[in-house]
Design a protein around this ligand. Sequence first.
Ligand code: SF4
Length: 467
Amino acid sequence: MRSLVLIGHGSHLNGESAAAVYRYAEMIRARGLYDEVVEGYWKEEPSLRQVLKTTASTDVTVIPMFISEGYFTETVIPREMGLGHQGPVPPEGVARVLGGRTVRYTLPYGVHPSMSDVILARAHEALPDSSPEDTALIVLGHGTTRNENSNKIVYQNAEVLRQSGQFASVHALFLDEDPKVGTWPEMVKAPRVVVVPFFASEGWHTLETIPEDMGLEGAVTTFTDNPHGQQTVYYAKPVGTHSAVADVILHLAEEAAGASTSDGDTERVHGAAWSAFMDRARQGLRFGEVLVQPESGMFELRHALDEGKPGHELQTLVTPEGVRDFTRRDEGGHHRPVHTLRNMPRGWRAVMGEADLVRAVQYLYPAVIEETYAQSCHTLRPTPWATTARRQTGIYARVQKATPEQLEEVAADVCGGCLRTRLWAGEKLPQTFFDGVPGAIPCAEACTFLVAEVREEVAGKRGGGAS
Ligand code: SF4
């Protein structure tokens, strides 16, 4: 049995931030090469601290869904996942045995050599008849003076594509460092120019800053009075949203497995947690804000406050992804980065078999079954606030300065709306929904949403929301 974990950044504010990781997970799941494909996030759930607990096998490969190496892939992800590694990840990745699981952590997908094929695919989409006689290629990176790694991969890909001889010239240009994107008319001589943004997703830079800096008016723009004469620019979509990235992820995962031919086993504690959950579900179970009822060999899920409502008054969802997408926002349309906040929307029901029920519950309440089962077995270890605060780096390091009063004030606001009981703050939870108390869910460690809010409080900026 093998588990593949895709790690994204996520966002406390923007529900679309996780969409690319969901999409690649779905594409890889459909290929059936792994027993499960699990998503985990820095700023959403399951969090980096929780995600390994949610994997069903003892053989886990973790792929950071980032376009380049840097702070997140070298510091935040390994630290939060407890990989015992900090700094640059070697080409062969990092392998650890953690709590009975063999965990392989790879380089981010963006630095894989096959990304040059994805650049090429994007270039051909934008200009199918490009030729080495009259077409130049610009590989456009973000660049930053703080992280030399982010430009290295752009230069490497530009060199590979230069050597391929498929373009009259190939240029590496950047938004935030020299050579800057705005200098392209002086640097590029060819009459046709394809621009491929080496970016993870479509967003502010690809939709606004790049077109503005280049003077583009759409997917195709012709300039009549450039220094090298008339030039037409064909603007491609970013590499990170191309479907071929799924192949890059699978290459990375295979390379991480190396010569290993043996698969893992079912992870015993994970299996026990879900088996206990299914036992309760077969009898009908209320947990959190959700009601599960067995129904002719299937299961019906709905918001507990919709109990007794005729089915035709509710929207029927038939897939775990449908449940995920319906419940990602509250009834006001706001993103729900913390799923145990008491704001799950009403008005839906899902009817599904056992396997889909498990996946739907994983989307509804990421890591809740595993952590609550551990609590009911007295094996869940809380992490005190001081430990969580000490671990923070970068812009979050300042939460170490929070006074107990500041922490309590923020927690009263944030955690007051959450179903979870703060074990990390010394609260007790003698029973759980496994014992028939629907709202009894443990919180073993302060979530990143709370950490972000504490940071705002310490900075005197609270009220603007977490980012
Ligand atoms: Fe809920 Fe507070 Fe725990 Fe976050 S820290 S999961 S808001 S109880």
